[in-house]
Ligand binder design. Sequence first.
Ligand SMILES: NC(=O)c1ccc[n+]([C@@H]2O[C@H](COP(=O)([O-])OP(=O)(O)OC[C@H]3O[C@@H](n4cnc5c(N)ncnc54)[C@H](O)[C@@H]3O)[C@@H](O)[C@H]2O)c1
Length: 316
Amino acid sequence: MMLNKRKVVIVGTGMVGMSFAYALLNQNVCDELVLIDINKKRAEGEAADLNHGVAFSSSSMRIYAGNYSDCSDADIVAICAGANQKPGESRLELLQRNTAVFKSIVGPVVRSGFGGVFLVATNPVDIMTRITCELSNFNPSRVVGTGTTLDSARLRYLVGDYFSVDPRNVHAYVIGEHGDSEFVPWSQALISTKRITDIVEKSGDQYSLEDLDKISGLVRGAAQHIIEAKGATYYGIGMAMVRIAKAILQNQNSVLTVSVRLRGEYGKKGVFIGNPAIINKNGVDRTIELELTPDELERMENSCTLLDECFNSIEL
Ligand SMILES: NC(=O)c1ccc[n+]([C@@H]2O[C@H](COP(=O)([O-])OP(=O)(O)OC[C@H]3O[C@@H](n4cnc5c(N)ncnc54)[C@H](O)[C@@H]3O)[C@@H](O)[C@H]2O)c1
């Protein structure tokens, strides 16, 4: 991977893809940005619109609408293409529609000679990440999904608010499927070096486990809540993607709850699921197996089973 010219390709220049692109430009994360969409005219329009903002940014990014041959020397190909979640529609129901879309994308990217990392955002993201891995035949470490990265950020914000602590000092994760079976392993959640469950227990009536449960519920329902209010979610995920892209392009070894392939953690193999992993220029350097309580382990196993069943129902 070339670290001197940082190149990102975005496939799917809809709301999510362009929120990612806009955040990349504003945070000056790469040197070259290529936009690809089945609707070429849209990609061209988006490239022109962003280019007109370059004069006002701190970046001298080269931005253009391209095609799959442009992936050959990219560091990251981000896939945000696909159908959007409709109100009331589960992420898993999107699966069938998006599988066909991915077949038309992953093959041409691989044939370009792409040697970087796939970053997948399209929902249902854990399944689409696994599909990308299967279709590309890449080492799973080079295929990363956004997983529960955004959910963990939402959690840290809400926990920080509840305990009146800067979210950056909250170390808590949402793990599992990016969807209805995701959960918070509270046994692993810390504020600074203190276990949150201990803080609650010692607080008398000030804090409660019921309130923590409510926070988990708010995180789980956040996407649906936003979709009901404004039709889709995109700014938050765009910024979460920038966070992952920075970890890759800057070789940061950051811990992020991306969608990764399990290799025996929690007794599971093969499934892609949201779990803390160390991310650097090679993609997933290693995953971190949490010491879950029996109840949390059961929830993780349920989430894995659901994703496995869903993946196995697809004809690739
Ligand atoms: N992972 C997350 O946390 C998260 C959050 C929000 C949205 N999403 C998902 O991201 C995806 C995109 O959402 P959006 O709001 O940007 O949708 P959108 O409809 O605005 O954009 C989708 C884009 O994909 C393009 N596209 C469709 N088929 C294509 C193909 N075969 N090749 C190339 N481009 C193609 C469309 O032309 C369109 O521009 C959805 O699956 C959505 O559910 C994920």
